[in-house]
Design a binder for this molecule. Structure first.
Ligand SMILES: Cc1cc2nc3c(=O)[nH]c(=O)nc-3n(C[C@H](O)[C@H](O)[C@H](O)COP(=O)(O)O)c2cc1C
Ligand SMILES: [Mn+2]
Length: 473
């Protein structure tokens, strides 16, 4: 049996001091999520709620991987692994895929509830924020679906709201793979689309579902690569989809091809509630299966939630690969999770206006989730915010260094800076701040940075560093 399930992950973050267990009774209505929310805002631990009002026998883990320490443990690394090292490990594992294995029996089938016996209100689904359209069940989930024509299976992480006892409504973006599978596959065929929502699976499987991954890529293989261990998959009760066998809870459902229902609003990952309740996909639950003494996993969405580190690392690595492919002399790319995944810092071997323009155009060509791009020379460490702020403040020409690119139909509808009208039209803009020295400047006119590594002779640098060591600093 797989030893990398949610429970082994919880034991590991408890051992590293990154999990707090709460045995006092906590209300599922805002109080539980409020504690988790403050935990994110104060860069605190994950919380395990062992005693939820009205829901004896159920437990909830809030914010499994909000913050780099828990993210590192999720990859099986020490909690104090540096961000640079995490990026390196992720990029290596992402291209070393390991296929899943199919099993006949698994913990997620310990309790099976089908058809008329399903009642979503039997689950301790939290009211996450005041003002949300309802109680959100899918926040840290894996949503599995199959392409109607090719049979390609996609995993994604998408929010789902409890609509009534048997129905969920959800908000996969139209650009998401789930949204496309429904609109381009099942709707024209007039067929309902089976989905499975796995909650509380092993961490690599969740990281794979949330990742920016290639089209027609199979996230079950990515999960195996990230965890360096094949994921065990088991068949659903009411469809031919397969889910991670150690999942705490599995919701099997069918998305209507011919109906919509109300969903949202929801306090979202940029750190704001924006938008109103609106029409969304609606799914009828056909079965719920779960482990004994089950643990619901929850992301208290907002500033520094579990999506911040998760989507920023896979997004930044995919940006670096994309820029490389198009000939940009990129060295590194970092997306600070504190930016709500709205800012990318890109270092280049050779900068200048043409490169900055090329970068902003490439990063907005398909989907435009990033709206601020800081381009720096390669001697600036993209992971060091002090160095980035220094370069931005001193090297970016307020006029010549600002490259704005506008677009319509593909802007990020959740970017808080956009007006309602812009969001509806998906009209937006992204800006590249060129914080590099213009390549056309003669060498003698280019300022020299007054740091030890730039302004001192190699001989003096060597002596200083050796003295530094001797002083035990
Ligand atoms: C906690 C969390 C919640 C998310 N919720 C949504 C959502 O409701 N809708 C959506 O389109 N993307 C959402 N995302 C982003 C997608 O999971 C991400 O874009 C992923 O790559 C989607 O997979 P896909 O490329 O197969 O569509 C969420 C991500 C995280 C980490
Ligand atoms: Mn996907």
């Amino acid at each position: 049996m797989a030893d990398n399930d949610l429970r082994s992950f919880l034991a590991a973050i408890e051992a590293s001091g990154d999990l707090v267990k709460i045995d006092d009774q906590i209300d599922w209505d805002q109080e539980l999520a409020g504690i988790g929310r403050l935990g994110c805002e104060r860069f605190g631990p994950a919380f395990m709620f062992n005693n939820i009002k009205d829901y004896e026998g159920w437990r909830t883990i809030a914010n499994p991987v909000a913050g780099w320490r828990r993210y590192a443990v999720g990859l099986g690394l020490p909690a104090n692994t540096s961000i640079r090292e995490l990026y390196k490990v992720y990029a290596e594992r992402e291209v070393n895929l390991i296929p899943p294995v199919i099993v006949k029996d698994g913990p997620c089938k310990e309790v099976v509830i089908k058809g008329e016996n399903v009642n979503l209100f039997d689950l301790p689904t939290p009211m996450v924020h005041d003002g949300d359209g309802g109680r959100y069940l899918g926040t840290w989930d894996i949503v599995i679906s199959k392409d109607a024509d090719s049979g390609w299976v996609n995993w994604g992480m998408y929010r789902f709201m409890v609509h009534n006892e048997r129905h969920l409504t959800g908000y996969p973006r139209p650009t998401s793979h789930l949204g496309k599978m429904l609109l381009e596959g099942y709707v024209p065929k007039k067929k309902p689309m089976p989905i499975a929502i796995a909650i509380g699976a092993d961490m690599p499987s969740h990281l794979a579902a949330a990742a920016t991954f290639r089209l027609a890529g199979d996230e079950a293989l990515l999960a195996g690569g990230l965890g360096q261990q094949a994921v065990e998959l088991i068949k659903c009760e009411t469809s031919d989809l397969y889910v991670p066998a150690t999942s705490e809870v599995v919701i099997e459902a069918e998305v209507y091809w011919d109906a919509v229902a109300q969903e949202g609003p929801y306090g979202e990952y940029p750190g704001y509630r924006s938008g109103e309740m609106g029409n969304a996909i609606v799914a009828k639950v056909t079965a719920i299966t779960h482990r004994k003494n089950p643990i619901l996993s929850l992301d208290t969405t907002g500033f520094m939630d579990s999506s911040a580190v998760t989507t920023s690392i896979s997004g930044a690595i995919s940006i670096r690969r994309r820029l490389e492919k198009h000939g940009v002399p990129v060295v590194e790319c970092y997306i600070p999770p504190e930016s709500g995944v709205h800012m990318a810092i890109v270092s280049v071997r050779k900068g200048g206006a043409a490169i900055a323009k090329q970068v902003v155009e490439l990063l907005t060509a398909r989907r435009a989730l990033i709206s601020k791009i800081i381009v720096v020379d390669e001697d600036v460490d993209v992971f060091n915010m002090a160095a980035v702020i220094h370069a931005f403040s001193t090297k970016c020409h307020p006029q010549r260094g600002t490259h704005i690119h506008t677009y319509e139909g593909r802007a990020n509808a959740l970017t808080p800076a956009y007006s309602l009208e812009e969001r509806v039209a998906r009209r937006g803009a992204s800006v590249a701040f060129d914080c590099t020295w213009p390549p056309e400047w003669p060498r003698e006119e280019t300022p020299i940075r007054a740091t030890l590594d730039s302004m001192y002779s190699p001989e003096v640098q060597r002596r200083v560093l050796s003295r530094w060591n001797d002083l035990g600093l």
